[in-house]
Design a binder for this molecule. Structure first.
Ligand code: NAP
Length: 295
């Protein structure tokens, strides 16, 4: 059970889990099972490897099997929405779901990624989005979730810097239309980015650049072009300190790893399923222990 000893499963145990493809390296089972055990809750978290062609059958079986809920990860975050009875306003806006709650046989979808990031920014870096200028590096699914969350939290401006200009422009237009925030799109290249980032308060890497095993990859942006007072955050959490964060730190900039967001989005899922405050500090410690000692 992902390093969690002494888990006892009985007929009254509430089951939650993860639907993904693959799920082999997920850290969520260990994090969630440790959290349940620490509060003495009779819950167990199980990873389920579900092929895309089986997603419908797997989702529709959650109620009949008596599961309390699931997390949803790549590649199912968008596709699962068609099988749900209801989605939260935030998940509807983002167009993706990472948490499902089964309540009275009905399936309700949520997204906790954006709020997980906001909580990490506030609790770990004392950063609030209201009135701030944000640069998103990358224009994929996570950029969309966190862009919506930052804009909804009152960011002054969100600039999307993308490798594929069309995707960056589309995300910028989407954010502007859906949230009313001022936006812009730039190519993800130091020369073009230099003038756009001058007065940025937060620079957020949402690309997988720097992620294990390619940990020596050059950062997606050279921190020397970023304002010294900007907070540099990387959503990649493995390694905990990426090449982007290491070079920003050496330059004296404030940095924040994606590990906190991972813990807090899981804590929010925990709260949806159990109705209890999550032991977020413990959940972060579980991730730190795993990520800082695994290699
Ligand atoms: P995605 O939908 O595939 O989007 C990835 C984005 O990164 C795309 O815009 C893509 O560019 C860009 N990209 C990929 N490789 C690149 C490269 N070599 N150079 C420049 N840009 C590149 O992926 P996602 O689901 O958003 O996930 C992105 C990252 O966020 C992953 O590393 C994931 O682990 C991390 N994440 C972290 C948390 C957390 O809790 N900390 C939660 C969710 C995700 P194109 O537009 O050109 O394709």
């Amino acid at each position: 059970m992902g390093g969690v000893e002494g888990v006892v499963v009985s007929g009254s145990t509430r089951v939650v889990g993860l639907l993904g493809f693959p799920v082999l390296h997920s850290l969520s089972p260990e994090m969630q099972n440790c959290a349940f055990r620490s509060l003495g809750l009779d819950f167990v978290y199980v990873p389920f490897c579900v092929e895309p062609s089986e997603l419908g059958r797997a989702t529709l079986a959650l109620g009949p099997l008596g599961l309390t809920g699931v997390n949803v990860t790549i590649p199912h975050k968008m596709a699962i929405m068609q099988y749900l009875d209801e989605v939260s306003d935030e998940a509807g806006l983002v167009g993706a779901v990472n948490t499902v709650h089964v309540c009275d046989g009905r399936l309700k979808g949520y997204t906790t990624d954006g709020r997980g990031l906001l909580r990490s920014l506030s609790e770990e870096a004392g950063f609030t989005a209201a009135g701030k200028k944000v640069i998103l590096l990358g224009a994929g699914g996570t950029a969309r979730s966190v862009g919506v969350a930052l804009a909804s939290a009152g960011a002054r401006e969100v600039i999307v810097a993308g490798r594929t200009p069309k995707r960056a422009e589309e995300l910028a237009a989407f954010l502007q239309t859906k949230t009313g925030v001022r936006t812009g799109a730039l190519p993800l290249a130091d020369r073009e980015l230099r003038s756009g980032v001058e007065d940025a308060d937060l620079v957020l890497n949402t690309t997988p650049v720097g992620m294990y095993p390619d940990v020596e990859a050059p950062p997606p942006v050279d921190p020397r072009i970023l304002p010294r007072e900007a907070l540099v955050c990387d959503l990649v959490y493995n390694p905990v300190e990426t090449t982007l964060l290491a070079s920003a730190r050496r330059r004296g900039q404030r940095t924040l790893s994606g590990l906190g967001m991972l813990a807090y989005q899981g804590a929010l899922s925990f709260e949806i399923w159990t109705g209890r405050p999550a032991p977020a500090t413990l959940m972060k410690q579980v991730l730190e222990r795993r990520l800082l000692t695994s290699r």
